[in-house]
Ligand binder design. Structure first.
Ligand code: HBZ
Length: 831
């Protein structure tokens, strides 16, 4: 080592010692935490003790930065973004925090010196599954990027005791197991029992006169519960900024407990406590009928009310009078789940803080922004007016008044156009009267955005056409992104190291555009060989793990063809299944001369009440059973359904994929983010022109993307002219043979009825046009196989995919929101 280098490294060591990041400090603190928090010494510690000690050792290091950030934001009165989301699908914290602290390697070495199995410690962590899928995971990526981009922010949500269910596969069927992520304690959260707000429900409203004789409204609730804050620090990568994720837990309000207690009703008081606590008990699965979900409306009001009361408290404590509330805060509504916030902020400002309607409305509209994540009509939230009346009578009044004023404006702008008034109303009047939460969100926000270019255009031209005609400047696009920290550095360290080596720096981790440097090396046979080796190593890891959890043996040399996402008809896992059946039939018939071996890998959960989605899982497993046990074909193909796809298991999958299946019907997938995660890890995409696929294809180059299928316009045209899946079934003998094979009972031990609901639906209705895209998909898959034969070319395409993914970092998305929507500048916190 040169003298200069040596003194540089000792100064780094000194700095690490000072900040507690040195190996020696990590080891000492780890042993201390094991002893003082877990009450164990090394020899008797369980894997969970070791994990807890590692987590606390890491958390201590976050806390220093957290306190510094909080102090700075307070004294600077920093404008703050509040991200209101019913879901945060965080994934395991430990490895991510070590990466963001810049001490993952030091920790590994420290672990080695203590004779610890570092991987086993990471594996011990139960992930907080506080989300269903894309929407919740986006919120988590955004929290990472907000901190990394140094935007002062608070994430507000619900601390569900039970997150998304754990999925087991039994006899090929999905079985839901309850998620008990809190059972062994959660070292990352800090309870704040003193940060507690009352949330009101039921009762009635009444008019009264205030001390100035002015008429005012007050809400007399029939019950009250408390929301208590639980805080999780979210550290940015390589910065001093730590933002706050504040999740609310429901507890019985003390005053109410005591009321019952005082009249001697001890059991009544306990019952009230249990009732109250159900509010934050369980996350609702998506894709379920909205009907009767009273608890869900209670949850929405619960977290929105706590969050807004907290924001008001913070404002009064730091800045002062509420007049400039909207200068201090921007609040992003993650879909319509928190859209009640529009009415709740109005209520708090008027009823609790004595503001006029006009002033409150001006502030409300300046505070909120709303992101839409779906165009599917069945997923658009509406709540029955009767339910509202019973649960939130004051909000109903406020919504009626917002609507009255809004519709008057429409009538003035569009004289005599009562049809438009009906379409735009916040209340749907056809059938049972219902509140349209999306309309409330649009009217109450200053900005509305979709999550990919195509989606944002469709938002303007279909769902919110009338609103776009009224307020064109309100509508924006911010294409989604994902965090390269979790989805490259944490999940694929081999690839991360190779990229760093090739670029000559690791700045790409904070500025993903810089991976473009790989482009100029795409032809290098040296890089290609290493690239291939990295992919193969990831495939080996996945193979070993899949063997362990499913018993299915894959061949790492085969093409890993992966579809991992929620199971839904619009995502068309059954189209993928038809292709697998096609391959099977062709192999059996000896039609394939020199087949390219493939491993078909699936992962994803179906909503517990979504029968067809669950039947699709059963079908995939049924096909797997036949294919994997047929020696005539299983040298060339294997099928596996990976159980319990979540953030943690996903991290094993993305690095190992060769081919990423993004095959939704055009116009249905708002953006997709899995498409980005796969591509960032060097998988090539087979996809339709849907969601962010379009932009990914543009970015990576048309020649490096396998495109097939109808466009959103084709789909619309076909719907207008009358889509007849029956014609496709009879017009394509291979398609017919594939569907008939399902009905033959081959995959169901002779039961010819089992899959009928699915096949009948395809032949007769096919709402997501699987049959119309079948032929194009099969042909495109043939192009994929041909391309895979030329490994050198494939690897080159893979390198280019990664090199050109800079745009899809969630840091870019957050910078766009900060600049174009929130108007918030970074507040850097020195390390
Ligand atoms: O949001 C997804 C979109 O389907 C996907 O295209 C997009 O990339 C992603 C992020 O923008 N939407 C969801 O994940 N939606 C839900 O999970 C959901 C949750 C609760 C509901 C309804 C939908 O009540």
């Amino acid at each position: 080592m040169s003298k200069a280098k040596a003194s540089e490294s000792t100064s780094v060591e000194r700095e690490h010692t000072r900040t507690g990041m040195s190996k020696a400090a990590l080891k000492q603190d780890f042993l201390d935490n094991l002893f003082y928090i877990q009450g164990r010494f090394r020899e008797v510690a369980t894997p969970h003790d070791l994990y807890m000690a590692a987590a606390f050792t890491t958390r201590d290091r976050l806390l220093k930065r957290w306190v510094k950030s909080a102090q700075a934001f307070k004294t600077l009165h920093a404008r703050t973004l509040c991200y209101l989301s019913a879901e945060f699908l965080l994934g395991p914290h430990l490895a991510n925090n070590l990466v963001n602290l810049g001490i993952i390697e030091t920790s590994q070495e420290a672990g080695q010196e203590l004779d610890l199995d570092f991987e086993a410690i990471l594996e011990e962590e139960e992930e907080p599954g506080l989300g269903n899928g894309g929407l919740g995971r986006l919120a988590a990526c955004f929290m990472d990027s907000l901190s990394t981009c140094q935007i002062p922010a608070i994430g507000y949500g619900i601390r569900y005791e039970f997150g998304i269910f754990d999925q087991a596969i039994e006899d090929g069927w999905q079985v839901e197991k309850s998620d008990t992520w809190l059972r062994n304690g959660n070292p990352w959260e800090i309870p704040r029992p003193k940060i507690r707000f009352p949330v009101l429900y039921g009762g009635h409203t009444e008019q009264y006169r205030d001390q100035n004789g002015e008429p005012r409204m007050r809400w007399v609730p029939s019950w009250v519960i408390d929301g208590v804050a639980y805080d999780t620090p979210i550290l940015g990568y390589g910065v001093g900024n730590v933002n706050l994720l504040r999740l609310w837990k429901a507890e019985a309000s003390e005053s109410f407990d005591f009321q019952a207690f005082n009249v001697g009703d001890y059991y009544g008081a306990v019952h009230a406590k249990i009732e109250a606590e159900t509010i934050s008990k369980v996350l609702y699965p998506n894709d379920e009928p909205e009907a009767g979900k009273e608890l869900r409306l209670k949850q929405q009001h619960f977290f929105v009310s706590c969050s807004l009361q907290d924001m008001i408290r913070l404002h009064l404590n730091t800045v002062g009078p509420l007049d400039d509330f909207a200068d201090k805060f921007a609040a992003q509504l993650n879909d319509t789940h928190p859209a009640l916030a529009v009415a709740e902020l109005m209520r708090l400002l008027m009823d609790d803080h004595g503001m006029t309607w006009d002033r409150s409305w001006e502030m409300t509209q300046r505070t909120f922004c709303y992101t839409n994540h779906t165009l599917l009509p069945e997923a658009l939230e509406t709540w029955s007016v009767t339910l509202f009346e019973r649960l939130l009578p004051r909000h109903l009044e406020i919504i009626y008044e917002i609507n009255r004023r809004f519709l008057d404006e429409i009538r003035m702008r569009f004289l005599g156009d009562e049809d438009r008034v009906r379409r735009m109303s916040l209340i749907a009047e056809d059938g049972e009267r219902r509140i349209r939460m999306a309309h409330l969100a649009v009217v109450g926000s200053k900005a509305v955005n979709g999550v990919a270019k195509l989606h944002s255009e469709l938002v303007k031209s279909t769902l919110f056409k009338d609103f776009n005609a009224l307020w064109p400047e309100k509508f924006h696009n911010v294409t989604n992104g994902v965090t390269p920290r979790r989805f490259m550095v944490v999940s694929n360290p081999r690839l991360a190291r190779l990229i760093t080596e090739c670029c000559g720096h690791d700045d790409w981790i904070r500025d993903l555009d810089r991976v473009r440097a790989l482009e100029s090396h795409a032809e290098s046979s040296d890089l290609q060989a290493q690239w291939k080796a990295v992919k193969l190593a990831a495939k080996r890891d996945l193979t070993e793990w899949l063997k362990h959890v499913t018993g299915v043996q894959l061949d790492p040399a085969a093409m890993f063809d992966v579809q991992a996402k929620r199971i839904h008809e619009y995502k068309r896992q059954h189209l993928n299944a038809l292709h697998i059946i096609r391959c099977y039939q062709e192999l059996k018939q000896g039609l394939l001369k020199d087949p390219v071996p493939r491993a078909f890998i699936f992962g994803g959960k179906a909503a517990p009440a979504y029968f067809l989605a669950k039947l699709i899982i059963k079908l995939i497993n049924a096909i797997a059973e036949v294919v994997n046990n047929d020696p005539e074909v299983n040298g060339f193909m294997r099928v596996v359904f990976m159980p319990d796809f979540n953030v943690k298991t996903g991290q094993r999958l993305y690095p190992a994929a060769d081919l990423s299946e993004q095959i939704s019907l055009a116009g249905k997938e708002a953006s997709g983010t899995g498409n980005m995660k796969f591509s960032m890890n060097g998988a090539l995409t087979i996809g339709t022109l849907d969601g962010a696929n379009l932009e990914i294809r543009e970015a990576v180059g048309k020649e490096n993307f396998f495109l097939f299928g109808m466009t959103a316009e084709d789909v619309l045209e076909k719907q207008i002219e009358g889509y007849r899946p029956w014609d496709y079934y009879h017009g394509d003998h291979e398609l017919k043979a594939d569907i008939d094979l399902i009905n033959s009972g081959l995959f169901s031990h002779g039961d010819t009825k089992l899959f009928r609901p699915l096949t009948d639906d395809l032949i007769n209705h096919d709402p997501f046009m699987v049959l119309a895209d079948y032929r194009a998909y099969i042909e495109c898959q043939q192009r994929v196989s041909e391309a895979y034969r030329d490994q050198q070319h494939w690897v080159r395409m893979s390198i280019l995919n990664v090199a050109r993914m800079g745009y899809f970092s969630s840091d870019r998305a957050i910078r766009e929101y900060a600049k174009n929507i929130w108007g918030i500048a970074p507040t850097p916190i020195d390390l």
